[in-house]
Design a protein around this ligand. Structure first.
Ligand code: 5GP
Ligand code: MN
Length: 318
């Protein structure tokens, strides 16, 4: 395991990034690491370079301090968390220029990168791995407090579906038990970040369910929202989370895909499975990645072409 203290004690500048379109675990793990390192090493410059997360996560300490990618800084240590280095967008130049490159991740498709890595595909979340590293660096919990505990707990619940997905282990539960002992209001956190949707998000979900198509003898379901649909609904990039899970909960379905057209062109594809289909394998075939039951990729082409390619990949595994 990486020792954060020996790794960072001689560094002056420390950088942290997570993947583009940051989700709850990406926010929890990057901000959790940032909170610990900036508290443990107050004299050092510790910075997070990340795409703007959903406003839902504005309460997380550190989110308001995310720096943009305008300047040139050579970091002594650079952490890529919850991602491969190729998926951190504009921040990749800082990773490439950094003196020591570190990769912390739980995606099965990540083979490990950089000078040091802590990759465990058995972990529920990157936040669980950051918890491990903090525990190792600070066994007495001197730098752990209610807000850091809440930040890591946020990341864990988002990636393990509030302990409902198969990536939840007894270790995940033990970590969660330790974190809630710091006293934050966890039922409120779960409601507000996991279950609660805005009126618009529910409308978008409704539209996606209306437009869904069942194929491969009822074993594969997909739904597509084009730019036209998205503009008509008035939806933004943060209004699609949870849709693919709802599609997957259709009786008889073994794999689900949700596609939405993205501003950069092409479609963001989110894939989910109940375990019989390895969607990480399917996503990898298109340059994406993820986990066996949850993965994603970005594809160019018409919706018809994309669906045809996806259906062929899923069909191969049924
Ligand atoms: P989501 O569908 O929620 O965006 O992503 C599901 C899982 O797959 C997440 O763990 C996410 O990090 C991963 N994932 C999504 N899109 C990509 C991608 O384009 N490349 C890689 N490597 N992983 C992805
Ligand atoms: Mn994650």
């Amino acid at each position: 395991m990486i020792n954060l203290i020996s790794l960072c004690q001689n560094a002056e500048k420390i950088g942290i990034s997570g993947h583009i379109r940051p989700d709850g675990d990406c926010v929890g793990s990057t901000m959790g690491l940032w909170q610990f390192l900036s508290r443990r090493f107050p004299e050092k410059k510790v910075e997070v370079r990340l795409e703007r997360p959903s406003e839902l996560y504005d309460f997380v300490p550190g989110v308001s301090k995310i720096v943009d990618n305008e300047d040139d800084v050579v970091y002594d240590v650079y952490f890529v968390v919850d991602s491969v280095p190729e998926r951190i967008g504009m921040a990749e130049k800082y990773y490439n220029a950094a003196k020591i490159k570190v990769n912390i991740d739980h995606h099965i498709t990540n083979e490990g990168a950089g000078d040091m890595c802590y990759i465990d595909a058995g972990a529920s979340s990157a936040s669980e791995l950051v918890y491990d590293l903090i525990k190792e660096a600070d066994p007495e919990g001197e730098y752990m407090d209610e807000s850091l505990a809440k930040t890591l707990y946020l990341g864990i619940i988002q990636d393990c579906g509030v302990f409902g997905y198969s990536n939840t282990s007894s270790k995940t539960m033990r970590i969660a038990a330790d974190l809630i002992s710091y006293g934050f209001d966890f039922p409120k956190l779960i409601d507000e970040t996991f279950y609660e949707k805005t009126f618009l998000q529910n409308k978008v979900l409704g539209e996606a369910l209306q437009k869904s198509v069942l194929c491969l003898s009822g074993q594969f379901i997909y739904s597509i929202l084009t730019r036209e649909d998205i503009d008509r609904l008035g939806a933004g990039e943060h209004d699609f989370e949870g849709i693919v899970n709802q599609l997957r909960y259709t009786k008889g379905v073994k794999a689900a895909a949700f596609l939405h057209e993205i501003p950069e062109g092409g479609y963001k594809v989110s894939l989910r499975s109940g375990g019989d289909v390895d969607v990480a394998k399917a996503a990898s075939a298109f340059g994406g990645g993820g986990h066996v039951r949850a993965a994603g990729c970005t594809l160019k082409g018409t919706p018809g072409q994309i669906v045809e390619r996806l259906t062929a990949q899923i069909s191969e595994q049924l």
